[in-house]
Design a protein. Structure first.
Length: 732
């Protein structure tokens, strides 16, 4: 048998082979039932193939062929080539099936919020009714199990009882539910039905907090993955443009991408010229000029121009598909963090049972033995820990921070190294005008900006948008202009009066023979500051330059300083942007080091390299290019309004706003949460140890043992509940 877990999705292997007959297995066929007829036809079109029989149930293809014209290896290669082109469709269907299965499992394993609320209502009403009646506990043993609080507690505790018994039968050892079940039964047996209800009530409140916050988190990130366009324009063998499904693309096909369209393949530009936004892959916030022989990536967007691309990699072989795959793999490799409370409870559960047996053997009194179960360590520690972590998640959500699980708060509190992406994380991801220098004394800065904005008015280039936005914010009217024209990857022109205005790159000025000598020194100076220089010419004469820069987020440096104060020893910048820009940003932010021109898979490698040295890493990013690193980091944080869907999916924590100070705030919240967990641990262990000692020598009756135990539990749970009113802005 071939293991589906170990076999790559579209890997093809020969199951059985005879001369002229071959059966090929491919796991991905199980997700391609919708396209079975088309795939069969494509394989039948191959040389020497007589008949093809495809089964998506057994995930095999039976092929009869002319053994004199083709070998089994050639047929296998043919089938592999055909199926490779369907890899993206198979991947999407596999994701859909996994998601459906996950939802089904959650529905089976998790109680709904409504069900938990109903349980809390029943428990609270029963407690209130029993308290108002104030009847003494039944004296007979049977009567203790038939009182209203006892019957209610036993019926509500049935899920816990079932899980506890299952652990004994299946895993051959008790778990926390086993001890909780024993404590509830012991409370009822001791006539403390209200104590049993209190235990259940506190557990349900903690479960409700967790269910509510996790439901909110899941709803915020559902349906986030998108693998790109469904249809593309392909040039056929006759030179005609045809709209075809993305799944039909093959290696070597010629694909057209126009302004505003997403490139759907990795390939080489054959013809045309375009400004391509590839921030999703490299992190560069400015579009890059792409012309003949240049490489382009799937998932990037043509901002202006038109190009014809020869497909080199399609489907699962594209860069964006590899990023998605890396996220999927990392999700499987990341181990689940067990909380300190569960570990402690698991270790001490057998001790409670052992103490009960020992006390009963020595004293012969069942009430003292039952106290050993009623006064247990796990109840207070486990409930207070769950409440603390759930309350922290609620507080974070209330402040626009979505945490996918309490284990990530624990992991975050233990991190010592933080890695930042640049574009959209440290910076706004939105260029603004930062410098205006006139080289013509007759031109003012206002006139220079208005002149440039008139030319850039219809352009969608980010730097053009920055100039137009600056003029509009100032309320300046644009001069009358005509004949706006875009020269792809160079600049724009317009006519104001009798003069032709040119706005664009140095290359554009040089090609139109505009002299740059008078402004060269200023241009180099603002370029050294990390600004992108836009040249403005009127006719043959340069009239000025405009510096445009992706500005650093306000309060980002303060955020980094707070991170250092909270124990972050190493702050690193990883970016796909050029060396010059990375160095300037790292210097201004006083970061420890930086790595520039880093591809997405290299970011993940940097994270793994740091982890191999024993450091605990938190990665902060916002783009698709950050997704692998976010997934492999001990804690991945996606932040900012510009964050991509796949970054949110890969991240463990999502900061929905743009405030950089929320990064140290959530770190401080995680540290405070773990401090409270430790406080509760010490309190619960200390008080319950005292109770067990007093109960074992007969000083503490069962009733007061239950009171002591539950009072301690309520106290530590209330201590945990302080996190519900934690102010993330002030840290108090």
């Amino acid at each position: 048998m071939i293991s589906a877990k170990k076999t790559p999705l579209m890997n093809c292997v020969i199951r059985h082979s005879l001369p002229g007959r071959i059966r090929i297995y491919c796991r991905g066929l199980g997700f391609l039932a919708e396209f079975a007829d088309t795939i069969t036809q494509e394989i039948e079109d191959g040389v020497a193939v007589y008949d093809v029989s495809l089964s998506t149930i057994s995930k095999t293809i039976l092929i009869h062929y002319d053994a004199a014209e083709a070998s089994s290896e050639e047929i296998l290669e043919r089938v592999s080539s055909v199926l490779a082109s369907w890899s993206l469709s198979a991947f999407k269907q596999e994701r859909a099936d996994k998601h459906a299965l996950l939802l089904q499992e959650r529905r089976l394993e998790e109680e709904s919020i409504g069900s938990i609320v109903q349980r809390i209502g029943i428990t609270s009403a029963t407690l209130l009714f029993a308290w108002l009646r104030a009847r003494p506990a039944p004296q007979s043993f049977a009567g203790r199990f038939t009182s209203m609080p006892a019957l209610t507690a036993l019926s509500l505790a049935w899920p816990i009882l079932r899980t506890g018994v299952r652990s004994l039968i299946v895993q051959k050892r008790p778990n926390a539910d086993t001890l909780s079940s024993s404590a509830i039964i012991a409370s009822v047996a001791a006539g403390q039905g209200m104590s049993a209800l209190t235990i259940i009530l506190l557990a349900d409140i903690a479960e409700l907090l967790t269910a509510y916050t996790m439901d909110r988190t899941r709803s915020a990130i559902r349906d986030m993955l998108s693998v790109g366009e469904e249809f593309v324009w392909r040039i056929d063998e006759h030179g005609q443009e045809k709209k075809v499904a993305l799944s039909l693309l093959r290696q070597g096909d010629h694909v057209i991408a126009r302004t505003g369209e997403k490139i759907s393949v990795d390939g080489i530009v054959l013809d045309g010229e375009a400004a391509v936004d590839q921030a999703s892959i490299t992190g560069e916030y400015l579009p890059v000029r792409k012309a003949e022989t240049d490489e382009v990536f799937a998932g990037t967007v043509v901002r202006s121009g038109r190009i014809v691309v020869k497909a080199q990699r399609v489907g699962d072989r594209t860069a964006i598909a590899r990023i998605i795959t890396a996220v999927e793999e990392a999700a499987h490799k990341k181990a689940t963090i067990q909380s300190n409370a569960d570990q402690f409870s698991a270790q001490l559960i057998p001790i409670n049972f052992a103490l009960a047996v020992i006390v009963y053997t020595i004293t012969g009194k069942i009430t003292r033995a039952l106290n050993m179960l009623i006064i247990d360590y796990s109840c207070g520690v486990r409930l207070s820990t769950a409440t603390a972590l759930s309350a922290a998640i609620c507080t974070a959500a209330r402040n626009g921070v979505l945490v996918k699980g309490s284990n990530y708060l624990e992991a975050l509190s233990q991190t010592d190294t933080v890695i930042f992406d640049k574009t959209g994380t440290l910076t706004e991801g939105r260029p603004v005008v930062s410098s205006v220098i006139c080289s013509d004394e007759t031109i003012t800065e206002k006139e220079l900006l208005c002149m440039a904005a008139a030319a850039e008015e219809t352009s969608t280039h980010p730097m053009a948008v920055a100039i137009v936005e600056r003029v509009r914010r100032a309320g300046w009217p644009l001069p009358k202009h005509t004949n706006n024209e875009t020269i792809t990857a160079r600049g724009v022109t317009t006519r104001i009066g009798r003069s032709i205005i040119r706005v664009g790159s140095r290359r554009f000025m040089q090609e139109t023979r505009v002299n740059l000598a008078d402004i060269e020194e200023n241009a180099q100076r603002i370029a050294r500051k990390g600004e992108n220089v836009i040249f403005v010419a009127r006719g043959p004469k340069l009239v000025g330059i405009i510096g445009v820069q992706d500005v650093l987020r306000e309060d980002m440096k303060k955020s980094l300083n707070r991170l250092r104060n909270l124990g972050m020893d190493d702050i690193i910048l990883l970016t796909g942007d050029v060396e010059q820009h990375a160095e300037i940003v790292a210097s201004r932010m006083a970061m420890d080091r930086y790595h520039a021109e880093v591809m997405p898979d290299e970011k993940a490698e940097n994270v793994l390299r740091l982890q191999s040295k024993g450091t605990s890493v938190v990665m902060i990013g916002d783009g698709i290019n950050d997704a692998p690193a976010l997934a492999y980091a001990d804690v991945g944080i996606a932040m900012g309004n510009t964050r991509t869907d796949i970054a949110m999916e890969a991240a463990d924590i999502t900061i929905t706003g743009d405030d950089p100070l929320m990064i140290p705030s959530v770190l401080h919240l995680s540290q405070k949460t773990m401090n409270i967990v430790r406080q509760n641990f010490i309190t619960a262990v200390g008080v319950n140890t005292l109770g067990i000692m007093l109960a074992s020598v007969g000083v503490l009756p069962v009733f007061w043992g239950a009171v002591l135990h539950n009072s301690c539990t309520v106290a530590v749970v209330m201590n945990s509940s302080r996190l519900l009113i934690h102010d993330m802005e002030t840290g108090r």
